[in-house]
Design a binder for this molecule. Structure first.
Ligand code: CA
Length: 234
């Protein structure tokens, strides 16, 4: 027992490290673990988005030069669905890249090579801001549903609905679009980390969500199919 409240940034945080350079990734992981944090490692952008959805980390350390996609896309992707602080790791010692990263929603950047004490200090600062930002994520309502994106909590007529992490991620993805249709591929990418994941998964999980959320799952009025496009929240 540490006696610290859960809001203290000095609590062990879960940090997602998205870095394709295996040597640097291991060094970062070891450094962060030595500082008392939990670490989730991702070697590509797709893996990064997948672990972001799966582990809901407290902070993301993001390399901009990734093999499968530009790290800038990941900033946008993460920021669309979570207030998680993002610190960009960049070898690009150029002002425009840093400005672009910050404009897209990154909280800070560290230029490689960096000093460990400086990186840890920036992580502490970003975690402090993250605790404040989480309270400001929106609550989306649809009919009897209240989807609290900050607390990752769903209420139906005031009662908590128990959803699996994937069910929640799928619903949250629809919720952040506030009623606009979300393409099948975007949902697969966001929840399963690949646009090539089987559409069948999506149908199964949409079915499960309807059973838990709709008054009559056979005639849904909350989670609506857009034929040939995707789904949207009413
Ligand atoms: Ca890289």
């Amino acid at each position: 027992m540490t006696g610290l409240s859960r809001q203290e940034p000095s609590d062990p945080a879960t940090i997602l490290v998205v870095e394709d350079d295996a040597g640097l990734r291991r060094t970062l992981a070891a450094t962060l673990k030595a500082a008392g944090h939990k670490v989730v490692e991702a070697a590509s952008g797709a893996e990064g988005l997948r672990w972001q959805a799966h582990h809901a980390p407290d902070l993301v350390l993001l390399d901009l030069g990734l093999p499968d996609r530009d790290g800038m896309d990941l900033i946008t992707g993460i920021r669309a669905r979570a207030a998680t602080p993002i610190i960009v790791l960049t070898a690009r010692d150029s002002e425009p890249a840093k400005v672009q990263a910050l404009d897209l929603g990154a909280d800070d950047y560290v230029t490689k090579p960096f000093s460990v004490p400086e990186l840890l200090a920036r992580i502490r600062a970003a975690l402090r801001h993250g605790v404040q930002a989480r309270g400001s994520l929106p609550v989306v309502t649809s009919g009897p549903l209240r989807i609290d994106l900050g607390a990752r909590r769903v209420l139906r007529d005031g009662e908590i609905v128990r959803l699996s992490p994937k069910e929640y991620d799928l619903l949250a993805e629809l919720a952040v679009r506030q009623g606009a249709p979300v393409r099948h591929g975007e949902l697969l990418q966001a929840v399963w980390g690949s646009e090539r994941a089987d559409l069948h998964y999506l149908r199964v999980y949409i079915g499960q969500l309807r059973v838990k959320l709709e008054a009559d799952p056979a005639t849904p009025v909350l989670i609506l199919a857009e034929p040939g496009v995707g789904y949207r929240l009413a």
